[in-house]
Design a binder for this molecule. Sequence first.
Ligand code: FES
Length: 132
Amino acid sequence: MYSEKVMDHFMNPRNVGEIKEADGAGTAGNPVCGDMMTFQIKVEDDRLKNVKFKTFGCGAAIAVSSMVSEMALGKTLDEAMKITNKDVAAELDGLPSNKMHCSNLGADALHKAIEDYRSKTGSGGEDKSRDE
Ligand code: FES
């Protein structure tokens, strides 16, 4: 039912944990199942130098978090903002249809962490609303 990649990232999740003095943090939750994930990021020269997550959720949600963290590491903030939930599910070689909702949390939590960083630093990235 799960792809080998999903099982691998579930059994050996990458980048689990916390970052001391993180530059940004974001949490996404699913009100239906109650699962939640939090991403923390460290940014250097507009790139994601470190990405860590904590997920209180199902196996698919853990695999999704792990994959998102790997996909995001080293990317520029703008590149990371373009990672979609669909991209993540595709990188995992798909998820069962009743587990697709689990993939919705990953990119959302990452994007919130980046938005948090940007709101703290005033660096708006591609956000045209800033008035500097
Ligand atoms: Fe809710 Fe997977 S069952 S995130």
